[in-house]
Design a protein around this ligand. Structure first.
Ligand code: ADE
Ligand code: ZN
Length: 318
C-alpha cells in the first residue's frame, strides 16, 4: 500500500497502458500503433524527452470518446489508490485531443466522472489543463477558451511537452488570463531546459509549483530562492532515469534537493512508460538513494502541503 501521499505530477495520457491502447483501438475501430502489446512495449526505450513524446502522442490517438477518458482515469485512480495515493492532481493535454476532433467536454467530463466515482476507493482527484509549449500560444488560448464551461472541474493550468527551445515567456499572457479566471498555475521547467526557464516560470507565469525543476541545482542562486520561497518541486525519479536526464537512480538529485532544504515531492509522470506508479517511485528512491523513513515521511507530507487542497483537508490527510 505504501505511505499515504498525494500525487501532483502525472499525465493522464501517460497512464495509458499498452493493453488499454489495444482495447480502445478495437472498441473505436482505429488502427493500433503496433502489431501486439509486446511489440509496443518493446518500443519503450527512449533516448530523450522528444523520443518519448513521439510514442506518447502516437498512442493517445486511440482515445476518442468521453468513455475512453473515463476508463483511462478510472484505471489510473484504482492503481494509484492501491499504492497509497489519497489525492491526485492530474494533467491532461486537451490540444492533442482537440486536434483529433475530440471535444473539450468529452475529455473533461470523462475524466471528472471517473474522479467522482473513485471517491469510494479513498482517493480524490483534480484536473490540471496543460498547454503544449511546442504549439503556438494562440492554440493554448483557444484551449483555455473552450475549457471555460468546465472550469468548476479544473483546478489549475500547466505547461508541458518538448521543453528545450520553448521557454515559458511565450505563455505569460495565457497564464495571466487563466489566473484571472481563478485557476492556479504550475509549469514543467528545468526538466531538460536550463535553470533560466525555472526563473521564467516563476517570474513570468507566476507558477505556484515547478514540475521537475531538477536542473535548478546547476544554479546556486536559484536553489537559494527555491529554498527561501519554499517553492514545491514535483520530482519524477523513474521518468528522469528512463529519459536519460539522470544516469541512474543511485545518482538522482532528489537526495541533494532534500539536503538543500527544497520542498520536493515524488511522482510518477508517465507511469505506463517509465516503469512505475507513485509507490514504485517512492520504493525506487528509498532503495536507490538510501532514504530514511523520516525522509519518506517528509516527502509524503510535502506532497499534501504542496497540493491545491483546501488547508483543512491537507491537515486531515497529513
Ligand atoms: N508530457 C508528458 N510527459 C512529459 C514530460 N515528462 N515532460 C514534458 N511533457 C510531458
Ligand atoms: Zn511531466
Amino acid at each position: 500500500m505504501g505511505v499515504p501521499k498525494a500525487e501532483l505530477h502525472v499525465h493522464i495520457e501517460g497512464t495509458l497502458e499498452p493493453e488499454l491502447v489495444f482495447d480502445l483501438a478495437r472498441r473505436n475501430g482505429v488502427p493500433a500503433p503496433a502489431g501486439s502489446v509486446e511489440e509496443l512495449r518493446a518500443r519503450y526505450m527512449f533516448t530523450g524527452l522528444r523520443s518519448f513524446l513521439d510514442v506518447y502522442y502516437a498512442n493517445m490517438a486511440v482515445l476518442r470518446t468521453g468513455q475512453d477518458f473515463h476508463d483511462l482515469a478510472a484505471a489510473y485512480l484504482a492503481r494509484a489508490a492501491e499504492q497509497g495515493v489519497r489525492h491526485a492532481e492530474v494533467f491532461f493535454d486537451p490540444q492533442a485531443h482537440l486536434a483529433r476532433g475530440v471535444s473539450m467536454g468529452a475529455v473533461v467530463e470523462g475524466l471528472a466522472g471517473a474522479a467522482d466515482e473513485a471517491r469510494h476507493l479513498g482517493i480524490s482527484a483534480d484536473l490540471i489543463l496543460c498547454f503544449l509549449r511546442d504549439e503556438p500560444a494562440e492554440s493554448a488560448a483557444e484551449a483555455l477558451r473552450l475549457a471555460e464551461p468546465f472550469l468548476d472541474r479544473i483546478v489549475a493550468v500547466g505547461l508541458d511537452s518538448a521543453e528545450a527551445g520553448y521557454p515559458p515567456a511565450a505563455f505569460a499572457e495565457v497564464f495571466a488570463t487563466a489566473r484571472a479566471m481563478g485557476l492556479r498555475a504550475v509549469a514543467h521547467a528545468g526538466e531538460e531546459g536550463p535553470p533560466e526557464y525555472v526563473r521564467e516560470a516563476l517570474d513570468l507565469l507566476r507558477v505556484e509549483r515547478v514540475d521537475h525543476g531538477i536542473r535548478s541545482l546547476e544554479d546556486p542562486a536559484l536553489v537559494a530562492r527555491l529554498r527561501d520561497e519554499q517553492v514545491p518541486l514535483t520530482v519524477c525519479p523513474l521518468s528522469n532515469v528512463r529519459l536519460g536526464l539522470v544516469d541512474a537512480i543511485t545518482d538522482h538529485p532528489l537526495a541533494r534537493m532534500l539536503e538543500e532544504g527544497l520542498l520536493a515531492t515524488v511522482n510518477s509522470d508517465d507511469p505506463a512508460y517509465f516503469g512505475g506508479y507513485a509507490g514504485d517511485n517512492f520504493a525506487a528512491v528509498r532503495s536507490g538513494l538510501g532514504l530514511s523513513d523520516s525522509d519518506l515521511r517528509l516527502l509524503a507530507a510535502n506532497s499534501f502541503e504542496a497540493s491545491f487542497l483546501p488547508e483543512d483537508r491537507k491537515t486531515d490527510l497529513i
